[in-house]
Design a protein around this ligand. Structure first.
Ligand code: FAD
Length: 140
């Protein structure tokens, strides 16, 4: 039984590039062990993360992440049972904002700014899917 979950959150001010690297390093190590895959996007203080894997592994991880003091306003954007993974190549990929075409953001939102609180979960997921298709994800 595979599921895919997507959430958004706001990083606390102390989260900088070094903290992000530490989160990604820990995520890759833990997720590899539990069979979880996905991608993490961090832009202007906002996180969007997609997690996919076994239902209990993903649910337990989401509960752990949601209580992490390094972010707040955690909002569940999407949760679905799936037949196959979309992020199978990444224990936790990082969305490269440098390689993100602003036109892609404009395609899905009112301005070229990543704001998952202003769009539907469906729209945020569609954006992620295009990022995978355009190979704007690092850390395979
Ligand atoms: P340890 O690393 O030993 O940590 C023990 C405790 O300390 C945990 O409660 C942890 O939350 C807390 N902690 C550790 N470092 C810090 C710190 N610098 N500041 C504050 N508290 C800290 N983990 C994953 O395994 N997979 C993921 O995909 C994943 N994605 C994340 C995405 C975001 C946006 C954030 C903020 C965190 C993410 N984490 C992820 C980290 C997760 O919240 C836990 O910190 C981690 O899973 C705990 O790992 P551990 O059990 O090995 O405990």
């Amino acid at each position: 039984m595979l599921v895919r979950l997507m959430y958004a959150s706001r990083a606390v001010p102390a989260v900088d590039q070094e903290e992000l690297v530490s989160i990604l390093k820990k995520s890759k190590a833990n997720n590899h062990k539990s069979g979880v895959t996905g991608a993490l996007c961090f832009s202007e203080g906002i996180f969007i993360q997609v997690l996919e894997g076994g239902r209990s592994a993903v649910n337990q991880l989401y509960n752990r992440i949601a209580s992490d003091a390094r972010h707040a306003d955690v909002v569940l954007l999407s949760y679905e049972e799936i037949e196959e993974r979309r992020f199978a190549g990444w224990s936790m990929g990082q969305v490269s904002m440098q390689r993100l075409n602003p036109a892609l953001l404009l395609k899905y939102s009112e301005c070229a700014k990543l704001d998952p609180y202003a769009v539907s979960g469906k729209v945020s997921m569609a954006l992620f899917e295009e990022l995978v298709a355009t190979a704007a994800i690092m850390g395979q």
